[in-house]
Ligand binder design. Structure first.
Ligand code: NAG
Ligand code: NAG
Ligand code: NAG
Ligand code: NAG
Ligand code: NAG
Ligand code: NAG
Ligand code: NAG
Ligand code: NAG
Length: 703
């Protein structure tokens, strides 16, 4: 690391100047509550509907609005087949997750059976029909020992004549009749006075039902303002709101693992029961998947104090490691779903866990798992001729992309994982492992450059012998340090030119016969995280922020708003129709990206014992502030632009017991830097930046 220390003339040094300008200290640690207005969580675990959608109300319904305002009962009545089905649609105002609860005042039979209610849930109005957009039974009834299919798309209630409270629990009220699927992730619920013919004689499509109230028992992590351990705010209100929307999406997916509300295809694992986990989606699939944690766990660490939600998942999957070193991607399919890339995410995410939480016991306990993943499993799936990883047939990846063999993404992710594994090896004092893995990373990097670089396009091919270029391989090649300098600039320029759509960047520049229809229209916010990180890290903050605006702007402007979708299809649509999960924690990359690059805070040592603060904002952002939680206490940062040149005035308040660097562009070399005890700081010019080394426990400013 070359560099030179800046020396200030002696006369500039001293407490007098510091005191004269001390009002310039931003006091970044003041009790700032301005961010709290962006918080999306409901105020309590009991959530009330926000509106009745009048245009959907039909049949005989009295006082529908009381379901929102309270103060009276709502009465649905249907005397016979000639009358329309009484229908009310409730809007909870935003996507929510949990068990619906209905308090009934009374009912009256008009024919055989209790009057029946039929419920259809949906995350968006587009897919609100006479059945739920997705319900647990849609995936149920497969395989022995797994839960049966108990509904065909709607939840049923037999409304008793006396007052009672119904809670939407999974199961059937009468044998295999009058059944309900239990938990739903949804924004809208359609309530109809109607019964299934199959539910006779217990329920009837006729009668009168009086409802006192409808509410939701929230099941996720309740992320109220007092539960936030980190926050972010900047001059662009949309970006700020999306930071909190990402937090909320992840809160919806953070839950205790139950066997009655999760993925019914062989996922109900005894070793996960009762533990906090990060599910992939709120409405489906509701199983913690390893790859998803690459983004979801970062959002979780940076927003709330629940690191065990990620750790429980990683520990459980490690405990299910196969003899050949492979780690299952999730509990689904009794831990046997064959994905090739997810064991590498286990490695990469273990590094995140150690760096963000400081838990070294975790990596000491699972270091043998790490060794076996890298030295047994992936060593056995390396093509000796090219040094590239080769995906065996029968295996898939995060998007089940049909690409057996040596896709750039697999080897690029391998290099990233090897570098991170080498860091972890250093921490557990295993220098020979660290050296071996760094050597291997260099060999594979050379193999990627030699075999997969397409000089004509100026980007990495997805696979040798095929014409497509993928967002995942190119982005990870930059992040892993395989492509540096003009190679990374070229690959990122290619992605922008070839894949930019109004709703983000498509994950492929081509599809068709080689891959599948729609590949060059589809955008995964999950993979976009890696491209945006690569852009920020390559000095392309403007294009990184533009990518966030197109990706998240499209989702925020759509229905349900607020929460982030699993995937995006042509024209910014929901890529798998009603089946698409619209609250998917792997799509919350905007949250860690804004904290890491716009606020600029990254850990350098476990638990932020050492850190760096290097804001890399786009030119149009004028200020940002926030806090990052660390085991030592919050690390507070604030910056604003100043003067004709718009240079950054940066204030940092790191926690005691830590040290790190404040980094600003070299164009700011002539600026002054101070600690709040009046000490003037010397900066060092390193690779085009000015670096100030500071210790936690006081406030610092560069201006
Ligand atoms: C911040 O809040 C804490 C606890 O409420 C209080 O003790 C402290 O004085 C406040 N600090 C400032 C700068 O307002
Ligand atoms: C409740 O609704 C009934 C029937 O519509 C109406 O007669 C009554 O005045 C309402 N009570 C209140 C308190 O609004
Ligand atoms: C309404 O129907 C249910 C189910 O058949 C029956 O159990 C109940 O007794 C009936 N109520 C009245 C008041 O007849
Ligand atoms: C699942 O089981 C738990 C424990 O019995 C119960 O509290 C919860 O309500 C059930 N959830 C559903 C969706 O049935
Ligand atoms: C750290 O990880 C270990 C092993 O995975 C776990 O048992 C322990 O509870 C964790 N410690 C903290 C403070 O979270
Ligand atoms: C990068 O620069 C080197 C040295 O000038 C050159 O050999 C190489 O072709 C360049 N690569 C790209 C992708 O422009
Ligand atoms: C996207 O828009 C085009 C042009 O309007 C239309 O032909 C196509 O069907 C749309 N695709 C989707 C999935 O909405
Ligand atoms: C933190 O302090 C240690 C011990 O003085 C030093 O080795 C290290 O370089 C410092 N880290 C940074 C980022 O300044």
């Amino acid at each position: 690391m070359g560099g030179r220390f800046l020396k200030w003339p002696l006369w500039l040094y001293g407490a007098a100047l510091y005191h004269a300008s001390s009002n310039q200290f931003a006091n970044a640690q003041a009790n700032d509550t301005s961010w709290q207005k962006y918080v999306r969580a409901p105020a309590s675990n009991i959530v009330k509907p926000k509106a009745i959608l009048d245009e959907y109300t039909s049949g005989q319904v009295v006082n529908a609005e009381s379901l929102v305002t309270g103060g009276n009962t709502t009465v649905l009545t249907r005397q016979g087949a000639d009358a329309a089905v009484p229908t009310v649609v409730l809007d909870f105002g935003q996507n929510v997750v949990g068990l619906l609860e209905i308090n009934f005042a009374s009912s009256t039979n008009v024919s055989d059976g209790f009057p029946g209610l039929k419920l259809s849930f949906s995350e968006s109005l587009e897919f609100l029909t006479d059945r739920s957009d997705f319900t647990r039974s849609d995936n149920a009834g497969q395989g022995s020992g797994n839960p049966p299919k108990i509904t065909s798309g709607t939840d049923q209630i037999a409304v008793k004549n006396e007052p009672f409270t119904w809670l939407n629990q999974w199961g059937c009220e009468f044998g295999s009749q009058v059944c309900s699927d239990g938990l739903h992730g949804f924004r809208y619920v359609k309530i109809e006075l109607d019964a299934l013919p199959d539910d006779a004689p217990y329920t009837s499509s006729y009668g009168e039902v009086a409802v006192n109230s409808v509410s939701l028992q929230w099941s996720g992590y309740l992320g109220t303002p007092d539960s936030y351990t980190g926050w972010f705010e900047c001059s662009d209100e949309d970006l700020t709101q999306w930071w909190f929307d990402g937090a909320y999406t992840t809160e919806m997916c953070t839950d205790v693992f139950h066997d009655n509300d999760t993925e019914p295809r062989g996922a109900a694992s005894a070793s996960l029961l009762g533990k906090w986990v990060l599910h992939d989606g709120a409405k489906r699939d509701r199983d913690p998947y390893m790859g998803d944690l690459a983004v979801a766990a970062l959002t979780s660490y940076l927003t709330h104090d629940i690191p065990e939600a990620a750790r429980n998942v990683m520990e459980d999957l490690a405990q299910h490691q196969r003899d050949d070193g492979w780690i299952p991607p999730a509990s689904i399919n009794n831990y046997a779903l064959p994905l090739f890339d997810y064991p590498l995410w286990w490695v990469a995410c273990s590094w995140d866990h150690v760096m963000y939480t400081g838990n070294l016991s975790y990596i000491s306990a699972y270091y043998p798992t790490l060794l076996s993943v890298l030295d047994t499993y992936y060593a056995a799936h390396t093509d000796a001729a090219t040094s590239l990883l080769a995906r065996p047939s029968g295996y898939g990846d995060y998007a089940f992309i049909p690409r057996d063999g040596s896709a750039a993404y697999y080897s690029a992710l391998y290099v990233l994982a090897l570098h991170r594994a080498a860091d972890l090896a250093d921490l557990v004092s295993a220098p020979s492992d660290a050296a071996r893995w760094r050597d291997r990373a260099a060999t594979i990097s050379a193999g990627v450059l030699a075999n997969l670089w397409d000089a004509d396009a100026g980007a990495f091919f997805d696979r040798a012998g095929y014409s497509a270029h993928a967002q995942d391989g190119n982005s990870l090649a930059v992040l892993a340090g395989i492509a540096t300098g003009n190679y990374s600039a070229s690959a990122l320029a290619y992605l922008e030119a070839a894949t930019a759509r109004p709703y983000g960047h498509a994950f492929y520049d081509a599809g068709g016969e080689e891959l599948g229809v729609g590949y060059s229209d589809r955008a995964y916010p999950f993979v976009t995280y890696f491209e945006a990180a690569a852009r920020f890290g390559s000095g392309l903050a403007d294009s990184a922020v533009a990518l966030l605006r197109s990706t998240y702007g499209n989702m925020a402007a759509g229905d349900p708003g607020v929460t982030m979708w699993e995937g995006v299809g042509a024209n910014g649509s929901k890529y798998e129709g009603a089946f698409t999960s619209l609250a998917h924690a792997w799509s919350t990359g905007v949250t860690p990206l804004l904290t890491t690059y716009v606020l600029g805070v990254r850990p350098l040592k476990p638990g932020f014992r050492e850190w760096t603060v290097e804001p890399l904002p786009s030119a149009d952002l004028t200020w940002a502030k926030g806090e990052v939680p660390t085991p030592y206490g919050p690390l507070a940062v604030q910056w604003e632009r100043s003067g004709d040149d718009g240079h950054l005035v940066l204030t940092v308040v790191p926690p005691p017991g830590t040290n790190g660097t404040m980094v600003v562009p070299v164009s700011q070399e002539s600026l002054s830097a101070w600690a709040d005890d009046g000490t003037r700081l010397d900066g060092e010019v390193v690779d085009g930046s000015v670096v100030f080394r500071i210790e936690g426990g006081r406030e610092y400013i560069v201006r």
